[in-house]
Write a new protein. Structure first.
Length: 557
């Protein structure tokens, strides 16, 4: 059972903004709930402008990083672009590799093998750099905790520029330059850049310092938008600017690689953040989960569409395999949950390491608790953690760090590894920490509702304005509405392979609306109700060249 929380805000501010913008009370309320309280805020929100992005030289270490890149260029040194194997990492590597190549630098790229090397910078990767006469490594979406690895690289006289966005520890690696807005003494305003975002600020700074047309860097906004959406960073402030223009580029003039992924994902004519999250991102991630992430980079950097399509089809097969593996692991893991505990920590000896993060997210839907799923290999348990709203799982793992070989991440998602002899103690300690830290209101999923109103408020004009709130994501969720005592018109009918989804019609006075409820078949089969309270989003349903309004139900009773 979910709790419905109807969000509250200052009615006077809503009324004033409604008058100033000449919009309805409902639209004004949605804006105020997103922190928009005046005309200037609204203009920035609805018309994101690239010129309002922050100066990259505000970031600590940027001057040194650009200086080192210029040295690499002038002395024709060999540069290695090194990144993580997820979407953020592979888009970062693809962007940096193509940009440096366009600047006629000697550049290679390297993605660690998830299973042989694990997350982050590895000694194997540094050995590869030495064997290939690399003078400079640029790490993307990783490296902020690679203290020993940076020291190891110094033995080979290899410099490092670290571009990362994960939470630093107290000790920062002694690299040539460290770019991370979360460094305690970094004055860069946007602390929520993706890993690709940090890399983008570097190529922007390089372009500015070397009088390169800034539009060249804008050519990589499609990759940046994919990273922002996929890594679930807040789509606010500067991130909103980049996501907005990146999605525009994807729809108007996508790169060859992205175009091939869109065709394989078979998404709608106009790609939005949802299409990235559920269509494009799983394809890119599947390469690193099932095969090797360099196959995703190969797609993203390819200039020939026919070749890119062949590569994209290969990672599509990886994604199909990933779905099968994920289904098996989820089935086994869901039977291991102890519903009396405040946390879910499960592990299996034969589980695929590449799907543990997805399974952790799905387990939270079954039992809403901070969750870690481990896969074991040669006595080392590698896990992915996911959290519930308001609970900092990274801090919770930090309290158990004496039992971890390594860990890193964010408030809501983290990665870690624990040796076999410590896994039982870790599970007990994590449960103890969660029990002591978690609050009762964090144990029940909450749906935040923007407005409770009558269905007759919904029309095409209202939807057109709602669509202008996009791109949606953390910090700017798609508006959710609730309506009470709506009337079910006729019998519902069940769709999907397992008939778990429901389509039906609702009426209010003389208005009739189409509705769809994914995963709510059990509710309708068990309840013969004609009057329904529901919360939902409003969307367009495109079917056989016809477009209509549709209510997408998020909860019902």
């Amino acid at each position: 059972m979910k709790e419905w929380d109807i969000l509250k805000t200052d009615e006077d501010v809503i009324n004033k903004l409604s008058i100033n913008l000449n919009v309805s009370q409902e639209i004004s309320r949605l804006l105020v709930l997103r922190g928009i309280t005046n005309y200037e805020d609204a203009e920035s929100f609805f018309r994101p402008c690239l010129t309002k992005a922050y100066d990259p030289f505000l970031m600590k270490g940027m001057d040194m990083a650009v200086k080192r890149l210029n040295l690499a260029k002038s002395e024709k040194q060999n540069v290695l672009v090194y990144g993580d194997y997820d979407v953020d990492g592979t888009t970062s590597v693809s962007m940096m590799y193509m940009f440096l190549l366009s600047q006629e630098m000697n550049v290679k790229y390297y993605i660690p093998n998830r299973y042989d090397e694990g997350y982050g910078i590895s000694r194997k990767g540094i050995d590869y750099a030495f064997a290939n006469n690399i003078n400079l490594i640029i790490s993307l979406d990783c490296g902020i905790r690679a203290i020993d690895q940076i020291e190891y690289a110094k033995q080979y006289k290899i410099d490092f520029i670290i571009c990362d966005h994960h939470t630093p520890s107290k000790e920062i690696p002694d690299a040539y330059s460290v770019l991370n807005p979360k460094q305690f003494d970094c004055r860069y305003p946007n602390k929520d850049l993706s890993g690709c975002g940090v890399g983008f600020k570097l190529i922007t700074a390089y372009a500015i310092r070397n009088s390169i047309d800034i539009n060249i860097t804008y050519g990589y906004l499609g990759l940046l938008a994919i990273s922002i959406v996929s890594d679930m960073v807040p789509i606010t402030d500067e991130n909103r600017i980049y996501a907005f223009h990146g999605l525009r580029k994807i729809n108007n003039n996508p790169s060859v690689g992205i175009k091939s992924l869109i065709s394989i994902a078979k998404r709608s004519d106009k790609v939005d953040s949802s299409d990235i999250l559920f269509g494009i991102a799983p394809l890119i991630n599947a390469a690193g989960r099932i095969s090797h992430a360099h196959e995703a980079v190969r797609v993203l950097i390819e200039g020939c569409y026919d070749k890119a399509k062949v590569y994209a089809k290969k990672i599509h097969l990886n994604n199909q395999e990933r779905k099968d593996v994920e289904k098996k692991v989820f089935h086994e893991a869901s039977h291991m949950i102890d519903k009396q505990k405040m946390s879910n920590v499960v592990y299996g000896n034969n589980w695929h390491k590449g799907v543990v993060g997805i399974v952790a997210s799905k387990l939270i839907e079954v039992h809403y608790r901070p969750t870690i799923v481990f896969a074991e290999n040669n006595g080392l348990f590698t896990g992915s953690a996911r959290s519930v709203k308001g609970f900092d799982v990274y801090e919770a793992i930090s309290e158990c760090s004496f039992l971890c070989e390594r860990f890193g991440g964010h408030k809501y998602a983290a990665g870690l590894s624990v040796r076999q002899e410590n896994i039982k103690r870790f599970t007990e300690k994590f449960e103890e920490v969660v029990t002591n830290r978690i609050k009762s209101n964090q144990l029940t999923p909450v749906i935040s509702i923007d407005i409770d109103f009558k269905l007759d408020k919904i029309n095409q004009k209202f939807l057109r304005i709602i669509k202008q709130f996009a791109p949606f994501g953390p910090g700017n969720p798609k508006p959710i509405f609730s309506s009470r005592n709506t009337t079910l018109v006729g019998p519902p009918y069940y769709i999907g392979k397992d008939k778990s989804h429901v389509k039906f019609k609702l009426s209010h006075q003389s208005y009739v609306f189409d509705a769809i409820a994914f995963g709510f078949a059990d509710f309708f089969l068990k309840n013969n109700k004609k009057q329904l309270d529901l919360c939902y989003t409003i969307e367009e349903n495109n079917w056989k060249s016809k477009t209509s309004l549709q209510i997408n139900v998020k909860d019902v009773f």
